[in-house]
Write a protein that binds this ligand. Structure first.
Ligand code: FBP
Length: 552
């Protein structure tokens, strides 16, 4: 048996669409709103994206629009890290295209952006797609992290598209991939290529959002998967009463995943990177904060607990952030000289000799393993690979030392046994929750419509997501609206600004109001496994972040 009973049952699931997308798609028409503006650096973004900057947001209403039924061939790529629901975006796109014109075709380029460059493809047919409907993973066509940035790559994309008669490309990706989408859309316009580009907001990290992109897909399922596991550990800890579990959670720079999991499980300590940066909390103070919670609980006889750590934490601790900034620039400029050095010792000496005094001190303070992890290759977009930095182990080591000091000083009399965990990859390919299955199918259907309307440089946007699916709204926003200028690989580049946790918004303020109680008491909540069948309040419930953001 290679199909589980759940997988078989999920093939029968009919994703819910917003009411506006449930009828005949050919009876819909786009309505343009006010011109939009980049989040910052509008003049610079306009220089890079003259045709797609300041475009209006669009929404769909009932009405007639010319050309929706023209025959189209669309290409699709999955880009970056896996996120539950990608297969449903493709299903929605396929069904949407076929609903507009049964002769429309969908071509999947394999392995992410590189498939578009090298023309590695498969035509998506109903028979091919059927076993992937409502399933997790990106295995239908694979994904990749190749950055589309050179004109040579763009020209190869045009050649590939022309060879298949592709009129539009859908890029299913996160902030970096949709930055690629915006740049590609501009290039295609500039070259008169007649190829549109539409993005779909993917990433478990939840950091691709604004008023019109309320959540990126995959965040819902991934956080529910991690929260189930955290809840199970909480119950285990509260049963055995002998371990502290230090759990690092994926999410890159943003702490949305850690915050959402904290809201769902009420652990003893949750670090929020954005707050640590705002308060300029040093590594030593972070250690103090955790050790104090351990000591307070020990004083009540509770030598157990749960600590949640966002994976990007180190990038936000002021002294480590400054160090990473210097390392990024240094590796961008002196990467060749650095890579010619024959061993770790010589490399670390080379680095230390090129750093400012403060950063050299911070570098020297870190354990050898973490120093090596900070020097690992950046990803193709220039990001430090934070998922590979073992912050949870670093914190266990430092908290153990601190508590040993406090024991000598008579400030701590309990026991401290810590176990480390990293939850990341195990949440990226789960069967999409009903929310993600519905949301993704809607994003894909909506993308087909945006293409049929002739739009380019737009992100598929489904909003009002804390309401039942039939009340969701459909439309599109220009990608440029989310862009600003940032330093990448030692240069200023136009990129989508990552949406970090807003310390003034309701999800964080709710957490901040409760965390002192959660730290001392054992106030755990156990969300249990994702449920696909049963009452809507159990199966269709969106994240607490979304509910709190939308005042529910
Ligand atoms: P995206 O930004 O591409 O969606 O990636 C999400 C993510 O899961 C991050 O949370 C994590 O840091 C990273 O991918 C890990 O990358 P890789 O899969 O290359 O190890």
């Amino acid at each position: 048996m290679n199909i589980s009973p759940l997988q078989k049952a999920r093939y029968e699931y009919n994703p819910k669409l917003p009411a506006i997308l449930r009828g005949k798609l050919t009876n819909l028409s786009p309505v343009s709103g006010e011109p939009t503006c980049p989040v910052a650096d509008a003049d610079k973004i306009k220089e890079f994206c003259p045709h797609t900057c300041f475009l209006p947001a669009v929404s769909f209403v009932e009405g007639k629009h010319e050309g929706l039924t023209r025959a189209m061939t669309v290409g699709v790529i999955l880009s970056g890290g896996q996120a539950p629901g990608g297969h449903n975006v493709i299903s929605g796109l396929f069904d949407g295209l076929k609903a507009l014109n049964k002769d429309n075709r969908l071509i999947g380029f394999k392995g992410g952006p590189s498939g578009l460059i090298s023309d590695s493809f498969i035509e998506i047919t109903e028979k091919f797609l059927a076993p992937y409907r409502n399933t997790g993973g990106f295995d239908i066509i694979g994904s990749g992290r190749t950055k589309l940035e050179t004109e040579d790559q763009f020209d190869k994309c045009i050649a590939t598209c022309r060879s298949h008669g592709v009129n539009a490309v859908v890029i299913i990706g996160g902030d970096d991939s949709n930055t690629n989408a915006a740049i590609l859309a501009e290039y295609f316009i500039r070259k008169n290529a007649g190829i549109q580009v539409i993005g779909c907001p993917k990433t478990i990290d939840g950091d691709l959002k604004n008023d019109n992109i309320e959540i990126s897909f995959g965040f819902d399922t991934a956080t529910k998967t991690y929260s189930e596991l955290i809840g199970n550990l909480e119950r285990d800890a509260n049963s055995a009463k002998k371990y502290w579990h230090f759990i690092k959670l994926m999410g890159r720079s943003a702490s949305h995943i850690a915050l959402e999991c904290a809201l769902q499980t009420q652990p003893n300590v949750t670090l929020i990177s954005e707050e640590i940066e705002e308060n300029k909390t040093s590594l030593s103070d972070v250690v103090d904060y955790i050790a104090s919670a351990v000591a307070k609980r020990a004083a009540n006889g509770n030598n157990f607990g749960i600590v949640l750590i966002p994976e990007g934490l180190v990038e936000f601790i002021p002294e480590v952030k400054a160090l990473i900034g210097e390392l990024n620039d240094l590796l961008a400029k002196e990467g060749n000289a650095y890579s010619l050095l024959s061993n770790d010792k010589a490399r670390q000496e080379f680095i230390a000799s090129h750093l400012s005094t403060t950063s050299a001190t911070a570098f020297a303070f870190l354990p050898d393993g973490i120093r090596k992890q900070l020097l690992m290759d950046r990803d193709p977009h220039g990001n430090v690979q934070v998922s590979r930095i073992e912050t949870e182990k670093l914190l266990i080591e430092l908290v153990t030392q601190r508590l040993a000091d406090w024991k000598k000083e008579g400030k701590f009399s309990g026991s401290f046994n810590a176990l480390n965990h990293f939850f990341g990859y195990e949440g990226r390919c789960a069967f999409p929750s009903n929310f993600d299955a519905d949301y993704c199918y809607s994003l894909g259907t909506n993308a087909a419509l945006l293409i049929a309307c002739g739009l380019t440089g737009y992100l598929s946007s489904i909003t009002n997501l804390s309401a039942p699916a039939d009340q969701w709204k459909a439309g599109g926003i220009p990608v440029t609206m989310m862009m600003n200028m940032e330093q990448r690989h030692g240069e200023q580049k136009p990129v989508i600004r990552k949406a970090l946790v807003d310390l003034k918004d309701k999800p964080f303020t709710y957490f901040a109001q409760h965390r002192d109680t959660w730290a001392v008491e054992t106030a755990y909540t156990y969300p249990g496994a994702i449920q696909y069948y049963g009452p809507a309040e159990v199966c269709d419930r969106p994240t607490m972040t979304l509910l709190l953001e939308q005042g529910k």
